[in-house]
Design a protein around this ligand. Structure first.
Ligand code: NAD
Length: 358
């Protein structure tokens, strides 16, 4: 398969396949767009069955980062790196140093960070070879764990969707949270503090018990979360939670949570819309984490300290952007995910046109 013929190619600016003979590193760095700023997106390590599968994943993820960053209104484009390998057995410091050199070779076109299979410790090795690494601790620009900021953005998004769908605030509203890991646990605390009733599930019993003790949430088994009597379904675990089958079981009118890729397919988004439900597009509502990372990149570039006030201002803008998506969906009678995609594409195209004209 040629790169240009891949269905996932979608006008990428650059796709870099880099091999390091000494360490065996095989990485693909996909740069979808730098129109709004340097491409930013994490590095995933995964034992892909083929280099074609790795390429497809890199292309899809990097385009998704362009869309997320555009909707978060941050001065970053979209990119993503994948390392072909097993994170349990194939990691070495030298491998990540080689990855750092690969990133450095792009001269700042791409900023990397941790993603699935890659830890802060791994990225510290990459950082020895390049400055284009975000998400590390121990310096004035460091942004720390993005999860609380992601959860804050999701919390505000849930509140907005409840206002739109039910015309009320969160007090007494029942929210079903699927997954109480980093994002889901912070979200649960914020919702409980706002007076919401919680029903939670997870495959991790210890995490469930802790969150229930702190929030008074009711615990249900994973498969039951779609059947509970809740006003809001908040997916905060893995992708693909909303399928034709699970959608039919939901009782509430709002789907809004922190997970990436919540819709199993775009068709499910249309079905959701046709059932009169409100869906907060995942890459819009969960943009808080990348806003936090953007503040770190800006501070590294400027040689200044991390600025929480900038993050707060961007979170306010993010909620307004979500509101615009919901307004347009209502006015144009189109599903929210279609409206969001169109807005993201227009923002990227606008920045590209401005760059060409400059
Ligand atoms: P996490 O791994 O800390 O939490 C995920 C939780 O889901 C875990 O507790 C896990 O046990 C649980 N889980 C897994 N399978 C489940 C199932 N079948 N049913 C119920 N629970 C299940 O991850 P996280 O950082 O909290 O991220 C959660 C989601 O949000 C992911 O989709 C991630 O991509 C997305 N996201 C996270 C951030 C962030 O800042 N951490 C930012 C944007 C998007």
């Amino acid at each position: 398969m040629s790169v240009f013929d891949s269905a996932a190619f979608e006008n990428h600016e650059g796709v870099h396949a880099i091999f390091d003979e000494k360490t065996g590193l095989k990485t693909i760095i996909a740069v979808h767009s730098t129109a709004r700023g340097p491409a930013a997106g994490g590095c995933r390590m995964w034992p892909y069955a083929s280099s074609e599968a790795a390429l497809t994943d890199a292309l899809k993820l990097s385009r998704a980062m362009s869309f997320k960053n555009a909707m978060a209104d941050i001065p970053l484009g979209g990119g993503k790196a994948v390392i072909i390998g097993d994170a349990r057995t194939d990691k070495t410091p030298a491998l990540f140093e080689a990855f750092g050199r690969a990133v450095d070779g792009l001269g700042g076109q791409y900023w990397t960070a941790e993603d699935v299979g890659v830890s802060v410790a791994d990225m510290a090795h990459a950082r020895n070879q390049t400055r284009y690494v975000a998400g590390l601790e121990g310096h004035a620009a460091a942004s720390g764990d993005p999860s609380p900021v992601t959860a804050e953005g999701v919390f505000r998004g849930v509140r907005l969707c409840v206002e739109r769908a039910y015309g009320r605030d969160l007090k007494g509203v029942t929210v079903a949270i699927q997954g109480v890991g980093h994002v889901g646990a912070y979200l649960a605390e914020k919702l409980a503090a706002a007076g919401a009733e919680l029903i939670i599930t997870d495959v991790n019993e210890a995490a469930l018990a802790q969150v229930a003790a702190r929030t008074g949430a009711t615990i249900v088994p994973p498969a039951a979360i779609f059947d509970v009597d809740a006003d809001v379904f908040a997916p905060c675990a893995l992708g693909g939670a909303v399928t034709a089958e699970t959608l039919a079981r939901l009782k509430g009118r709002v789907v809004a949570g922190g997970a990436n890729n919540q819709l199993a397919s775009p068709e499910v988004g249309r079905m959701l819309f046709e059932r009169g439900m409100l869906y907060a597009p995942d890459y819009v509502i969960n943009g808080g984490g990348i806003i936090n990372v953007a503040a770190e990149i800006a501070a590294i570039e400027a040689g200044t300290a991390f600025d929480p006030a900038w993050v707060e201002a961007k979170l306010t803008t993010l909620a307004a952007t979500l509101g615009e998506v919901l307004d347009r969906s209502l006015a144009e009678k189109r599903p929210t995910h279609e409206v969001a995609d169109e807005m993201a594409k227009a923002r990227i195209a606008g920045a590209a046109a401005a760059r060409r004209a400059a």
